[in-house]
Design a protein around this ligand. Structure first.
Ligand code: FES
Length: 598
């Protein structure tokens, strides 16, 4: 038995698919399967699909270990100048030996040594550190290193001299989870890793996860457990890659959108799914990591950045910290494109934030041949405006499709679909070639010019690739992208209107998708308001960078807490003018400038 066909069964009502998935809808595991999976596997709902027969409605998750083509986790860490002054400092002290005639306990003599050598007074010590203290003192022959947090509390103890502690910055996205392991002495990123968010099996997008929780009371615990387990697996992975002890990790910082943040904290996100969309807490959270089941040093802490509003999360607070628009004179538009677009507009005088419901089309969902970014997905497209012929490039293949040798260089599954950046390019190229009209209709008259444009009922589609599998851009796909880009554009315009500006000086695209899209195509489609092309750039994984800044620089925490309080929050859902802007933004590029870009 090879075990490569393992799947996880999801139980409960899945309103998106209109089914109730139950483990009993699979045939009972036989002896061989039970032996292979052991008691842990059986308890967690894991099955061998080659040994199980589906006998009713069922939803399963294919874990990363069983996937031939894993999702590409596009969350690299960015180099960034950061002041390294973490909240946790190592303090080496020599403690006086105990004397039977003197009453002080071991801890009180440690406090005295810290006051004498480090001028740290009024300290406390948390329980895990206290539990480590006596063994460490004796093993170190009365020389120990303590980890002091915020100059106030001892949180961990080691015998002898210990110079290096570590921290982990965690970015919990709705699609992917990424961590960066940092050396708290110099800020170096020693290892980074990412995984798919396993909550996807409860719902592709955030709102379907909230509706899963609404239909399956108590299931929020399950969603919290799976995400925390994934974070622990990632921490173990980066610690192993950097060859360090998990016990030497003393601090983590966490960013995530409001729903992810609530679930990570073990708070039901139901209130975020219904008006008036209230956060349980719009401040930061500072708790012992063990309270969130995070496996690091037992005395270590987790700092969760503050959310901005019901739809604008701590991930945007991370973006603010990485980009610091509040310290600039020029006018910035910063967008983090995901299932929702989180948008910031402003400068040092006034900064505004909003979230706009773009939906998952930019991530390849709700697109006929759409898929997530993985090997085999089309990510670049070019269309010749004379012949209307296309060429494309795939993730996992260096060659363009019109280059000799392309067929032999394909990833093992061949051409499998088109990812978000590919769809943007395909539709922008179709528009520039005259295949898509400014109103978004695929022009059927162009069928006379190319066999790639084919009729599909009353509408037309453009065939990008036709072999074992046909990859087309349908009229429905163009509409889905129009709706998504109109939401993004209208959200940005609403903030600009509110801020009293007609143009911004710079546009920054944050997030994994933002890092992949080509600014030219974003402009061709009219995803964001006009701006000099040279002033449009990618901010990379700015949310993750913000988490790292909060990990390494203690000053960043009060700074972002104050900025989050100051930022003006705009609720797009309650603004009637948002609807008008939205409708006007449906055209390509948009109603005010329907000219094709040169
Ligand atoms: S155990 Fe090998 S395919 Fe199922």
């Amino acid at each position: 038995m090879c075990g490569r066909c393992q799947v996880d069964v999801t139980e409960g009502e899945l309103s998106k698919h209109g089914i109730v998935s139950r483990a009993e809808n699979l045939s009972a595991p036989g002896q061989a399967e039970q032996r292979f999976l052991g008691s842990d596997g059986a308890d967690s709902g894991r099955r061998l699909s080659c040994h199980a027969k589906i006998e009713g409605d069922l939803a399963i998750d294919v874990p990363a270990s069983s996937q031939v083509h894993r999702q590409v986790i596009r969350k690299p860490y960015e180099a960034h100048d950061i002041d390294v002054n973490p909240v946790v400092q190592p303090c080496f002290v020599e403690v006086t030996t105990p004397d039977i005639l003197l009453p002080e306990g071991d801890l009180q003599r440690v406090f005295a040594a810290l006051s004498r050598d480090w001028q740290l007074d009024g300290l406390t010590c948390n329980l895990p550190a206290m539990q480590q203290l006596q063994d460490a003192l004796r093993e170190g022959d009365w020389q120990i290193t303590v980890a002091v947090r915020n100059d106030r509390q001892i949180i961990a103890v080691w015998p002898g001299l210990k110079e290096r502690f570590y921290g982990v910055a965690i970015d919990v996205g709705s699609t992917t989870v990424a961590v960066q392991l940092c050396d708290l002495r110099n800020g170096d990123v020693l290892a980074s890793a990412g995984k798919m968010n396993p909550q996807i099996r409860f719902g592709e997008d955030l709102m379907s996860r909230v509706s899963y929780i609404m239909s399956n009371p108590g299931s929020e615990r399950q969603l919290s457990d799976v995400i925390r387990r994934t974070v622990n697996e990632l921490i173990a992975e980066v610690a192993a890659n950097a060859d360090i002890e998990i016990n030497d990790i003393v601090e983590v910082t966490i960013v995530g959108n409001p729903i992810m943040q609530h679930l990570f904290l073990g708070i039901s996100p139901i209130e975020l799914g219904r008006a008036p969309f209230k956060l349980a807490n719009d401040g930061s959270v500072d708790v012992r990591a063990s309270e969130l089941d995070i496996s690091i040093n037992p005395g270590g802490y987790a700092y969760v950045l503050p959310c901005i509003a019901g739809h604008v999360g701590a991930d945007t607070a991370g973006v603010m910290l990485a980009e610091m628009p509040f310290e600039r004179d020029d006018m910035s538009l910063i967008v983090d494109v995901g299932t929702n677009a989180e948008i910031l507009v402003g400068n040092r005088e006034r900064l505004l934030a909003a979230s706009s419901p773009t939906g998952p089309a930019f991530e390849g969902a709700q697109i006929s041949c759409g898929q997530r970014a993985a090997p085999g997905a089309i990510e670049r497209v070019r269309i010749d405006s004379e012949t209307l012929e296309s060429r494309f490039k795939l993730i996992g293949c260096e060659l363009w499709s019109d280059v000799p040798g392309f067929a032999d260089a394909l990833p093992s599954g061949g051409v499998t679909g088109i990812c978000g950046s590919g769809i943007i390019e395909a539709i922008a190229e179709m528009y520039s070639a005259g295949i898509v009209l400014p109103n978004g209709r695929i022009d059927g008259e162009q069928a006379e010019r190319s066999t790639r444009i084919v009729e599909d009922g009353t509408v037309h589609e453009y065939v990008l690739f036709d072999d074992d599998q046909r990859i087309s851009i349908t009229q429905h796909d163009v509409r889905a992208i129009q709706l998504a880009k109109a939401a993004l554009y209208a959200g940005a315009q609403l903030l600009m209107k509110e801020r009293g500006v007609e143009r911004v000086d710079r546009v920054r695209f944050a997030g994994a998708f933002g890092a992949q899209i080509d600014a030219r195509y974003a402009m061709v489609l009219g995803m964001v308001p006009e701006c000099d092309l040279g002033a449009v750039s990618s901010a990379g994984n700015a949310a993750g960078t913000g988490a790292r800044i909060a990990l390494l620089d203690r000053k960043a925490r009060p700074l972002i807490e104050a900025q989050v309080r100051n930022v003006e929050k705009i609720e797009t859902a309650t603004r009637p003018d948002f609807q008008d802007l939205y409708v006007a933004a449906m055209a390509i590029p948009h109603q005010e400038s329907p000219e094709k870009p040169r």
